[in-house]
Design a protein around this ligand. Structure first.
Ligand SMILES: [Zn+2]
Length: 251
């Protein structure tokens, strides 16, 4: 097993770096309640160095499970990368049309979604858990790419990275009906009297309704809950969870 998760579709573009860290790199989030900032900085340093990512070029946001997208400029580089106090708060999506600006979110069951428009030279990233999906964060990133770079949805390639899949994402009756109302009954799986939501299918459906071609969407086969030892899962690991880093940049 490689030490990072990557996208087959995005790997075809030598000018794109798109990776998700694994457990071996330790916790990557400054928002963790019990892991120190100092330890996280050391973990990030190790991950960035190993991936050839310049920490001074990274932009990291503080997450809020909502729907806001931040457009990162050259002057934002380094924000939130190596210090909690410089993080850009309360954005679950990032977009840029600048080279050497590396967009970063952290995840531990929520899905990282990577976007690349090779024609307009624009990239984006989103952090999407069930709240973010219902809030439409995956669509808002596309809207921001249109605004910032004139992107056309049919040119955008999307990688939905590892998250908690329908094999493990059990939901309440109330949440199941919210998902059924928004996406149709196929996003809820019933098993043993319980309900499980297929978030990656819901995200794919949002992307397709926004004009992304289904042949340009790749979904990671990894489930964070199933991939014990490789990826951390908030639900499985409870207080002992660590967050993975998801990073995209144009070189
Ligand atoms: Zn699973």
């Amino acid at each position: 097993m490689s030490t990072v998760i990557t996208s087959q579709k995005l790997a075809k573009f030598p000018g794109i770096k798109a990776v998700v860290s694994t457990r071996s790199f330790g916790n990557q989030s400054f928002q963790h309640s019990s892991i120190s900032e100092k330890e996280t900085i050391l973990n990030r340093r190790r991950f960035f160095d190993k991936q050839g990512i310049n920490a001074d070029f990274v932009v990291n946001t503080g997450l809020s499970h909502e729907d806001k997208v931040y457009c990162a400029r050259i002057s934002d580089r380094g924000r939130g990368a190596m210090a909690k106090k410089t993080i850009i708060p309360n954005y679950d999506g990032l977009v840029t049309n600048n080279r050497n600006v590396f967009l970063m979110v952290t995840v531990a069951d929520c899905f990282p979604i990577f976007y690349y428009d090779p024609k307009a030279n624009c990239i984006g990233i989103a952090h999407a858990g069930w709240r973010g999906v219902l809030n439409g964060i995956s669509i808002n990133v596309i809207d921001e790419m249109k605004k910032v770079a004139g992107s056309k949805p049919e040119d955008i390639i999307v990688f939905i990275g590892p998250g908690i899949q329908a094999c493990h994402f059990e939901v309440s009756i109330d949440l199941a009906s919210q998902f059924e109302n928004a996406f149709g009954s196929e996003v809820i799986v019933s098993r043993g009297g319980n309900r499980y939501a297929n978030l990656s299918m819901a995200i794919k459906s949002q992307l397709e309704s926004s004009g992304i071609n289904s042949c340009n969407i790749e979904i990671s086969s990894e489930c964070t809950y199933c991939a014990d030892g490789i990826l951390s899962s908030y639900r499985r690991d409870k207080g002992g969870y660590i967050a993975q880093a998801a990073v995209i940049g144009m070189i």
